[in-house]
Write a protein that binds this ligand. Structure first.
Ligand code: FES
Length: 74
């Protein structure tokens, strides 16, 4: 049996917080990407908030790029 500690990617964990300042989850980032967001500032705008510490932007970009790559492959 696999524990949460052994998960390595955001795809293996459902509903993880990406942005702690705004309590945004990976699902919200993916939903924003599906709505056309390509940059973290687009995600913030879609979710009605803004960057505060910006520590989340690298992970957010990674999730956005995963979505863009998946769309390009399909
Ligand atoms: S963690 Fe996202 S703005 Fe601080």
């Amino acid at each position: 049996m696999r524990s949460a500690r052994t998960a390595h990617t955001t795809q293996e964990i459902a509903g993880v917080y990406v942005c702690l300042c705004n309590a945004l989850t990976d699902g919200q980032v993916r939903a924003a990407a599906a709505a056309g967001a390509t940059r973290p500032k687009d995600v913030f705008a879609t979710c009605g908030c803004g960057a505060q510490c910006a520590n989340c932007t690298r992970l957010m970009l990674s999730i956005l790029r995963e979505g863009l790559a998946a769309n390009a492959a399909s």
